[in-house]
Design a protein around this ligand. Structure first.
Ligand SMILES: NC(=O)c1ccc[n+]([C@@H]2O[C@H](COP(=O)([O-])OP(=O)(O)OC[C@H]3O[C@@H](n4cnc5c(N)ncnc54)[C@H](OP(=O)(O)O)[C@@H]3O)[C@@H](O)[C@H]2O)c1
Length: 294
């Protein structure tokens, strides 16, 4: 396939590039300042140019986003321009040339109150659960989802969560850095989610495109854990000595509220589950070690 990847210089974009190259796809990689998805004429001109080239264009993967969750609280219009209207510009442009768009969204579209199963136990959010974002970032991403899905029945929105990869600042790196500086870290126990290694997510989303899935899909590392439990597993797998103390979200207040419950799972029978989040962490640490040796 000939794929356009927007936001290609970001954390997920890099892994989509690597996964696409491994699978033998032809990739057109763009990011700011070359292409700004908030600029509809620029988006349309790019799509027309690519469609006219030999090989045309088979699909678009949008990894571009405003990802500063706290910054979005005070810069609502800028976040909305990228996450909602920018996604919409790509989706409408793609629909115009009849090319499917795969767009990435987030667990922040939910309110963070765990849905319960028949036995009264917390269960992961599935695609049909009602949304209810509590942050500006979450509401701009939800608007983006709606614009994408309204533009074409061929488009696909993939919600993921707690993403980390070798090409971006992330929780694993923060924990490993702090462990080098102090004997103990305080990490919240009251936020639970599904850590997702972008090195696992990228090939999985390309698989969805290859199988021409459309609509809404949840895709994260399998299983769930608190940030505190994640930190413990990071130190265990990395063989690092550092005490992980319990903290609450109240103690660690940030400008944007974080969902207390973020576990996602797919209810679709055409979606293969991703590897367990612990396997994702092992893959990340191995990839990181490989990069340090190189
Ligand atoms: N990180 C997470 O924990 C997480 C969790 C769930 C879902 N997601 C979603 O996953 C996707 C990828 O996230 P990521 O962590 O890989 O993000 P990232 O590293 O911040 O990458 C996003 C890329 O988009 C670019 N960009 C921003 N505004 C743009 C614009 N107007 N036009 C074109 N490109 C633009 C950014 O460029 P600049 O750096 O120059 O701004 C950056 O290269 C996003 O949709 C995000 O919402 C992330």
């Amino acid at each position: 396939m000939r794929l356009l990847v927007t936001g290609a210089a970001g954390m997920l974009g890099h892994d989509v590039m690597r996964a696409g190259e491994r699978s033998g796809h032809e990739l057109v990689l763009v990011d700011l300042p070359e292409i700004d998805i908030t600029d509809p004429p620029a988006v349309d001109a790019l799509l027309d140019r690519l469609r006219a080239q030999p090989g045309s264009l088979d699909a678009i993967v949008n990894c571009a986003a405003w990802t500063d969750v706290d910054g979005a609280e005070s810069k609502r219009e800028l976040a909305h321009a990228v996450n909602a209207d920018g996604a919409g510009n790509l989706a409408r442009g793609a629909a115009r040339i009849d090319v499917p768009l795969l767009h990435i969204s987030t667990d922040y579209v939910f309110d963070g109150v765990a849905p319960l199963d028949a036995g009264g136990r917390a269960r992961a959010y599935v695609e049909s659960d009602p949304t209810g974002p509590r942050s500006v970032y979450g509401s701009t991403k939800l608007d983006g989802e709606r614009q994408v899905l309204a533009a074409s029945p061929r488009h696909l929105v993939v919600r993921t969560a707690w993403l980390y990869g070798v090409d971006g600042p992330n929780f694993v790196e923060t924990m490993l850095r702090l462990a080098g500086e102090r004997d103990a870290v305080q990490v919240v126990t009251d936020q639970i989610g599904s850590p997702t290694w972008s090195g696992h997510l990228a090939p999985a989303i390309l698989g969805l495109l290859e199988r021409e899935l459309s609509g809404l899909v949840h895709l994260t590392g399998a299983g769930e854990v608190s940030w505190n439990g994640f930190a413990r597993e990071i130190f265990r797998q990395a063989d690092v000595e550092c005490l992980v103390e319990a903290a609450s979200s109240e103690q660690m207040a940030r400008p944007a509220p974080r969902p207390a419950w973020s576990a996602l799972a797919s209810e679709r029978d055409d979606v293969l589950p991703m590897p367990d989040w612990r396997d994702g962490l092992a893959g990340y640490l191995a990839a990181r070690a490989g990069m340090m040796r190189a």
